[in-house]
Design a protein around this ligand. Structure first.
Ligand code: PEP
Ligand code: MG
Length: 395
């Protein structure tokens, strides 16, 4: 497959995230495209501009190819991993989001300072079955060894909702309907055998680098406490089997729900770090399905309400001396970078293909101007006003 175009979906739906990871040009939510394209035509897909051109002229095709090459979308340019500083010397960390273990090579190539999010559910969905401890250990170890000495943050299974998988019946894809919130850490805690296999594989891989475990869609302190108990159990089991592993690893939580974002201090008291999953946070706060094109008008990442939550997250983590980063898709959008810096974030995890643009733009900003922008944005009352402000700022 060279590219894809869909009639449905949104920019933060998982098909779009996978496209970014695989560096496949893609345009989503093109209504009527299936009527227009019958088969056999040449189609030019420009994912950067969101353009689909039917039967392009040779000149148009050549122009698109040259642009893709220049932007590093076709051949990922190499860069050594080194700290990035804003124009006034403030360090900013860019790490990589991965969906498969073999994408670690892309993260190394673009000079990521580690992996901020490995979405492990795709390893399972790729193979269409549950992976045992051994197979998971090999995959995680590969990422840790590839990235060393940089830290690797691996998220435990985030199945459910749009990432279907039937735990009872592993080879069948899951039921078409889903229940709100029946996903992520809740599923893992309801299937402790599967979860313990993953925790054991992670602790074993941790012996090969710097691992941080990240828990998806955590909503309450009791979930983190239960995971910590299971980690103790996993350590005991590995010890009894005499298998090399790491006893202690940092455990962080994704901030993806209103409950987590409103009172982050509750989760931060239990967790070593937070990673803000704006893709889900926006859908749950704004009540707008991230994968539905009908919800585009409501799914607004730059709503002042979202910005208030983000500011509080960065501030609370800072005062508690804990690490906070953003791994949702807004972290990969250069238009948001000055705003997110101004709200207090200094660490971002993005698809490798997006990293180079961000590194370059981070070096052009001064923190006081970013803070000024964030203050103005926080005084706005609608997402449209914030968007207009961002456009004016980057003009
Ligand atoms: C998020 O929700 O922002 C996130 C990074 O997780 P995912 O996109 O896998 O749901
Ligand atoms: Mg999420």
């Amino acid at each position: 497959v060279g590219a894809f175009v869909t009639e449905t979906g949104g920019v933060s739906s998982h098909a779009a995230i996978l496209a970014r990871s695989l560096r496949l040009p893609a345009v989503v939510s093109v209504r009527g495209v299936l009527q227009k394209i019958r088969g056999g035509e040449r189609v030019l897909v420009n994912g950067t501009l969101g353009q689909v051109v039917l039967n392009p002229s040779p000149a148009q095709a050549e122009e698109a190819r040259a642009e893709g090459e220049k932007r590093g979308e076709l051949f990922l340019p190499a860069r050594s991993a080194q700290p990035v500083y804003t124009a006034d010397g403030v360090p900013v960390i860019f790490t990589a989001n991965l969906t498969r273990e073999d994408e670690a090579a892309d993260a190394v190539r673009v000079g990521a300072m580690g992996v901020g999010l490995l979405r492990t559910e795709f390893l399972f969905m790729d193979r269409g079955q549950f992976l045992g401890e051994e197979e998971q250990y090999a995959a995680y170890r590969h990422v840790l060894e590839s990235m060393a000495p940089h830290p690797v943050t691996i998220r435990t299974l985030d199945l459910g909702e749009d990432k279907h998988f039937d735990f009872e019946n592993p080879v069948e894809q899951a039921s078409p309907h889903c229940i709100l919130g029946w996903r992520s850490i809740r599923l893992s805690l309801a299937h402790e055998g599967v979860f313990l296999d993953q925790l054991k594989a992670l602790l074993r891989a941790a012996a090969h680098g710097t691992l941080r475990i990240l828990l998806p869609m955590v909503n309450g302190a009791e979930e983190v406490r239960r995971v910590k108990e299971l980690l103790v159990q996993a350590v005991d089991e590995l010890r009894a089997r005499n298998i090399p592993h790491q006893d202690k690893v940092q455990v962080g939580v994704m901030i993806e729900t209103p409950a987590a974002a409103i009172s982050p201090e509750i989760l931060l008291a239990e967790a070593d770090f937070i990673s803000v999953g704006t893709n889900d946070l926006v859908q749950y706060v704004m009540v707008a399905d991230r994968a539905s094109e009908k919800m585009h008008a409501y799914y607004r990442s730059c709503s002042p309400i979202i910005l208030k939550l983000l500011k509080n997250l960065a501030h609370t983590a800072g005062t508690m001396g804990k690490d906070a980063s953003i791994c949702g898709e807004i972290a990969g959008d250069p238009r948001y970078l000055p705003l997110l810096l101004g709200l207090g974030f200094r660490s971002f995890s993005v698809a490798p293909v997006l990293l180079l643009d961000l590194v370059q733009s981070a070096a052009t900003y001064r923190i006081p101007e970013c803070e000024d922008l964030a203050e103005k944005a926080l005084r706005m009352t609608t997402a449209d006003e914030v968007e207009a402000l961002l456009i004016k700022f980057s003009a």
